[in-house]
Design a protein around this ligand. Structure first.
Ligand code: ADP
Length: 299
């Protein structure tokens, strides 16, 4: 599987440029799309899911053209939109049955089998008779992913799936997605939550203001932050100043003050130790120093 986006731009009617000359090749496996709000992730997901056409540029899916071969491509895609959850008055299984009918599974028995398989897979079999509207937030999301996975699509597109979920549901949701990952499938997971990516995605793309800023393995982004993550041993009285000078990742009380984790080019004045960066550190470093250049003048 391969998706090739070449020079994509999207300008909304009001003049907002949501994507600017965006080029990206997506191979099989799980790709995490990370970026702050407004980066252009949802716009990109909508274009990939054929719901929106780009203002310019081209998209090819295994050589098929997203405009000319739209119907063929649409059949290859399962999509879980960000605002999913407005269910008609249907029970969980009825909703999936209806979704399966929409994807073209006409045989009733086949449809039932597929629905049961999906309910099992997302852990909702026990709740199949409950009205979809009455499911908890996490269960609704799982029903949403079941809907997107019906018929074994070759491309699965999931927009901000874990927002608002508690940690247990978030992990569960991520596990369902990574279980679905294979060499013949592309899964694209858009999120602004770094943890969603670090625990599941082999590759990541970082968007900012409609542009691609990084594509690679999460470890590669992490290695960029090496030498830029520190734990400052701070006195209570220094806390405010530290927060003004550096992007703070965390601050926890210690025996004699506070341990404050920050990203920085270098630390002056305070006593500190260097830390091994993780993806959360790396993302913060990347956004604050490389993209925004906000803190770079401060030592
Ligand atoms: P993200 O999903 O990363 O938050 P979006 O794709 O939703 O980003 O938005 C990218 C940019 O496009 C933002 O500046 C947003 O305000 C703008 N935008 C999104 N949808 C529309 C729309 N329907 N009309 C005008 N501007 C839009």
């Amino acid at each position: 599987m391969k998706i090739e986006l070449t020079g994509i731009s999207k300008i909304y009617k009001n003049g907002n440029a949501a994507l600017k000359d965006f080029t990206l090749e997506i191979e099989s496996g799980m790709l995490g799309l990370l970026g702050p709000n407004g980066a252009g992730k949802t716009t990109l997901m909508k274009i990939l899911s054929t719901l929106m056409t780009p203002s310019s540029g081209g998209v090819k899916v295994d050589g098929l053209d997203i405009i000319k071969d739209r119907e063929k491509i649409r059949k290859m895609i399962g999509y879980l939109p960000q605002d999913f959850g407005n269910f008609p008055k249907l029970r969980a299984w009825e909703f999936l049955d209806y979704s399966a009918a929409l994807t073209g599974i006409v045989n009733k028995k086949k449809r039932r089998d597929e629905v049961d398989r999906m309910l099992e897979m997302v852990g909702l079999y026990k709740f199949r008779d409950r009205f979809a509207k009455k499911l908890s937030g996490g269960m609704k999301r799982r029903l949403g992913i079941a809907q997107a996975l019906i018929g074994d699509p070759k491309i699965v597109i999931v927009d901000e799936p874990t927002t608002g979920l508690d940690p247990e549901e978030r992990i569960r949701f991520r596990n369902i997605l990574s279980d679905m990952s294979s060499d013949e499938r592309i899964i694209i997971l858009s999120t602004h939550i770094v943890g969603d990516i670090s625990s599941t995605c082999g590759k990541m793309a970082l968007l900012n203001k409609g542009e691609l800023k990084f594509k690679g393995k999460p470890e590669e982004l992490v290695s960029l932050a090496k030498g830029h993550v520190f734990k400052i041993k701070a006195f209570e009285s220094d806390l405010n100043e530290i927060k003004e000078r550096y992007p703070v990742i965390s601050s926890v009380p210690s025996d004699d003050g506070w341990d404050v984790e920050v990203v920085a080019d270098k630390i002056e004045t305070y006593s500190y130790e260097e830390l091994e960066p993780n993806l959360e550190h790396a993302y913060m470093y990347f956004v604050e120093f490389i993209l925004e250049n906000k803190f770079s003048a401060v030592g």
